[in-house]
Design a protein around this ligand. Structure first.
Ligand SMILES: Cc1cc2nc3c(=O)[nH]c(=O)nc-3n(C[C@H](O)[C@H](O)[C@H](O)COP(=O)(O)OP(=O)(O)OC[C@H]3O[C@@H](n4cnc5c(N)ncnc54)[C@H](O)[C@@H]3O)c2cc1C
Length: 462
């Protein structure tokens, strides 16, 4: 094993996705000598197979819907179909532009970027193609890959994962989406906009089941209106190939035929065979276990992102990576409040939330201590103009702070920033009500919801 003993990095990072590269950029900014090891493409899942390409597809879908709906705004438009090659060109153009920018950023911060598959060889080193990279500290950030169910083989042809779905060169006629979480609902929404016949199968009683039940119900109502079919509360039991597609069976005896089955049942950590156990790192079902400062039980090893059992979101990876870099550089760090992390499902309509659900708030504070208020977007001028329906639901500790904001409606994801400040700064409804919101914006709906919660509703019916 080649070992250049003269180079001992402050930080060796395994995995160049959101978590890994954020730690590299922040570490280098703070003067750490950083090596970043990536076997595929800098940017990881989010940039190449996740957040960015899916949002480009959803935006193309939005344009398709607008082309169909022009007449309802008095504009003569027609929808002549989807040119998937054109959509992919647009999507790939967005990704490659950001990829180039990110590569430039990493180079400009003087991070030692290593291409190759790495393996943890000791608590302070990673081996890549016969070369050992020694570090005073190692950060594990190898991320996640799509999961399947026992006995369900993803063949990449008729039974596909989100990775395959993003590379499709055609609009499928019909798709069964297995899993009604964020990824399943986003693909269902985009495909429906493209003209696909979509059925979502979710074993739990609701779509986006970790959201407040009110948000789930509003999304279900909107999807029903859009003609997106879904089956809730029954588990998948099997799939067989038909002449031209698949036949999906559920435990309740229902079957659905389609051209494709998208398996969107979650993502599992990438940790097998990478030397983590051998180095003594505590793990649970493949996840690396960490404390609130992202420290593993091995003093020289930290871990971040989808590899650890926290929310699988790019901005969580960024925050965790930054936290590790700052801790190693000797700055004072504060653990992340995961309830305070914004969550957005970018479907049509969008679902956005921060804080806790009403049910969780009741568990935490007692049922009689929790107040919930719903503000209907029907009273919001800009939402009317956009012809979107939905609600903002606020959850408050009686006479105290707002502990949950749950929004459904087109573009409501863009409102999550203020909601996040309200939650994280423990704002009282009266304090938010005092702030003047611009008219007519959808943001104003958030202000009006707080006016109502503060006992002085303006455009809302009591
Ligand atoms: C379809 C889809 C849509 C999504 N949409 C959103 C969204 O809208 N918003 C959001 O916040 N999140 C979204 N996510 C989640 C987000 O992409 C992930 O949470 C995020 O990418 C996790 O970052 P990470 O750094 O932990 O892992 P990853 O991004 O998976 O990066 C890990 C990196 O490590 C590399 N690696 C693995 N093993 C090795 C090895 N042995 N040697 C060298 N390199 C290695 C991999 O090649 C990879 O580049 C989406 C995910 C998917 C799949």
């Amino acid at each position: 094993m080649a070992n250049d003993a003269s180079t001992v990095f402050d930080l060796v990072i395994l995995g160049g996705g959101s978590g890994g590269y954020a730690a590299a950029l922040r570490g280098a900014q703070l003067g750490l000598d950083v090596a970043l090891i990536e076997k595929d493409k800098l940017g990881g899942t989010c940039l190449h197979r996740g957040c960015i390409p899916t949002k480009a597809l959803l935006h193309a879908g939005e344009i398709a819907d607008q082309a169909r709906d022009g007449a309802s705004f008095g504009v003569r438009t027609s929808f002549d179909g989807i040119d998937m090659a054109g959509v992919n060109k647009y999507k790939d153009g967005v990704v490659s532009g950001l990829y180039k920018g990110l590569q430039g950023l990493v180079a400009s911060r003087k991070v030692t970027y290593v291409t190759g598959e790495g393996r943890l060889s000791s608590p302070t080193s990673v081996d890549v193609d016969g070369q050992r990279y020694e570090g005073r500290h190692v950060l594990l950030a190898t991320g996640s890959v799509p999961k399947s169910l026992p006995g369900l083989e993803i063949d990449g042809n008729r039974v596909i994962s989100s990775d395959h779905a993003l590379g499709l060169d055609r609009v499928p006629k019909s798709v069964v989406v297995l899993g009604g979480g964020v990824i399943g609902c986003e693909f269902a929404s985009a495909w429906k906009s493209f003209g696909t016949d979509v059925t979502i199968v979710e074993a739990l009683p609701h779509l986006v089941p970790v959201e407040d039940e009110n948000s789930s119900k509003l999304l279900e109502r909107a999807f029903r209106k859009r003609g997106i079919n879904f089956s809730l509360g029954s588990r998948f039991s099997g799939v067989e190939y038909t002449n031209d597609g698949v036949k999906v069976s559920l435990e309740n005896g229902k079957t659905f035929e389609a051209e494709l089955l998208l398996v969107a049942v979650g993502r599992g950590p990438v940790s097998q065979g990478l030397g983590y156990e051998e180095a003594g790192v505590n793990m649970d079902r493949g996840y690396v276990l960490v404390d609130e400062y992202m420290r593993t039980n091995v003093p020289t090893i930290s871990a971040v992102g989808d590899l650890v059992p926290t929310l699988q979101l790019a901005h969580v990876g960024f925050a965790e990576g930054i936290l590790v870099a700052e801790r190693l550089a000797g700055l004072k760090t504060v653990p992340i409040d995961y309830d305070g992390v914004p969550r957005v499902t970018y479907s049509h309509p969008e679902v956005a939330s921060v804080g806790v659900t009403e049910a969780k708030a009741k568990e935490m504070y007692g049922a009689d201590k929790v107040v919930a208020l719903k503000y209907n977007l029907g009273g919001n001028g800009k939402s009317k103009i956009l012809k979107t329906a939905g609600e903002i639901k606020l959850v408050q500790v009686r006479d105290g702070a707002v502990v949950g904001v749950h929004m459904v409606g087109d573009r409501m994801g863009e409102q999550i920033g203020e909601a996040q400040l309200i939650y994280n700064w423990e704002a009282l409804p009266a304090e938010v009500a005092q702030l003047v919101h611009a008219h007519p914006t959808q943001n104003e709906a958030l202000g009006e919801a707080h006016l109502a919660l503060a006992g002085k509703p303006l455009h809302s019916h009591d």
